[in-house]
Design a protein around this ligand. Structure first.
Ligand code: BYC
Length: 334
């Protein structure tokens, strides 16, 4: 907050007295909204840093949904039955929809979708680390649904209460769809776990592969998370990365028993004193490597995204030409 006030007073040097008075009134309105835990809407005054933080988080989130379609799309043609194929296609389409709601929410902050997409294809934007891991067997569809979408739910249910209205409202619908995604993943694993010994092993191997990457989805440990404190003060994030990770571990530790599988972490336990779930150490060097673009599938994910973007150029051009034609027609009619 101190930083913002400095930014406001720094900018004040170039502002007219009226503009300065408006900015001060805006800041006071914003501070009251934060204290009352109420919402900020796109036309409300907001500090530049709040706007930048939201564009950063929402656009990263949107990119994650779009890139996140790739690992699962990899199995659409090889799904083991027509029913599984139809369900997986619907899920992948949902992820595209989530990306679109989120790009729209970010656009209300004044950044265009073109700009955000441009940053993604230029390799300048982040997306979730989790989507840089390969999907090597059908059981990975189960593990992604159960664990990755499960982690997404833990992270995103609190975001339904994010202080920025369009983000919070988008999250409500996203979370409803994620619940269906998680159940479909759990059901894939349950069927495999109750199948032949080879199928059960395939399910266990997938759980083993996705366990640590899904815990890392929550972001770096709290003492290494530069954005958390301010995002929590602004009521964007409601819980810290470690708090959400701990809740997620607790949820998985119970559900894995129903599957008849195990989590690859002997150190999972509920700490009666802190009332929190604990887990074994994670390899944060691996996380940093993935964020630096050196994960197992980073290059492939970016290449596919660029191809899709270039391949879709004619659709964007056709839609723009059609919109211009309709606008001209309406003008003549008016
Ligand atoms: N991967 O200070 P921190 C889905 C970055 S889609 C990559 O803790 P923050 C699904 C972070 O951006 C799920 N980067 O940051 C889709 C920051 O870098 P910058 C996606 C990560 O923002 C398809 C730096 O590390 N979910 O479920 O306070 C199929 C320091 O971190 C990651 C969302 O996007 C990561 N895992 O907290 C199936 C949820 N973690 O920007 C499923 C919304 C951290 O300073 N986002 N970084 O350069 C959030 O809740 C928060 O942004 C995070 C990070 C918890 C992810």
């Amino acid at each position: 907050m101190e930083q913002q006030l400095q930014a406001v007073s720094g900018a004040a040097a170039q502002q007219s007295p009226e503009q300065q008075a408006d900015a001060e009134a805006g800041q006071a309105y914003f501070d009251r909204a934060m204290a009352a835990d109420s919402r900020i809407e796109p036309r409300d005054w907001m500090p530049d840093a709040y706007r930048r933080t939201l564009v950063r988080q929402i656009s990263q989130h949107a990119h994650s949904e779009i890139i996140g379609m790739q690992p699962e799309a990899n199995w659409i043609t090889r799904a083991p039955s027509l029913k599984r194929k139809a369900i997986l296609m619907a899920k992948v389409q949902d992820e595209a929809g989530h990306g679109l709601y989120l790009y729209s929410a970010a656009e209300t902050l004044g950044t265009s979708r073109d700009e955000m997409m441009g940053q993604l294809v230029a390799g300048k934007a982040r997306y979730s680390s989790i989507f840089n891991y390969p999907t090597v067997t059908w059981a990975d569809m189960g593990a992604i649904g159960w664990m990755v979408d499960g982690a997404a739910i833990c992270n995103q249910v609190p975001l339904c209460r994010a202080s920025f209205g369009p983000y919070g409202r988008a999250m409500v619908r996203v979370c409803k769809e994620e619940s269906f995604h998680q159940r479909q993943g759990f059901e894939i694993l349950l069927e495999l776990a109750n199948g032949t010994p080879a199928q059960k092993q395939m399910a266990q191997d997938a759980v083993n592969r996705w366990y640590a990457p899904s815990l890392m989805m929550f972001g770096p440990p709290d003492d290494d998370s530069p954005n958390s404190k301010q995002s929590m003060a602004w009521n964007i994030k409601r819980f810290s990365n470690d708090e959400l990770r701990s809740r997620f571990v607790g949820m998985m530790a119970e559900q894995v028993k129903v599957l008849g599988l195990s989590l690859p972490d002997a150190e999972i336990r509920f700490n009666e004193e802190t009332k929190k779930w604990e887990h074994g150490a994670l390899d944060w060097d691996e996380f940093k490597e993935v964020l630096a673009g050196r994960g197992p599938c980073n290059a492939q994910r970016m290449e596919r995204r660029r191809e899709a973007h270039e391949g879709g150029a004619w659709v964007r051009e056709a839609a723009t030409a059609y919109a211009a034609k309709m606008a001209a027609k309406n003008e003549v009619a008016a």
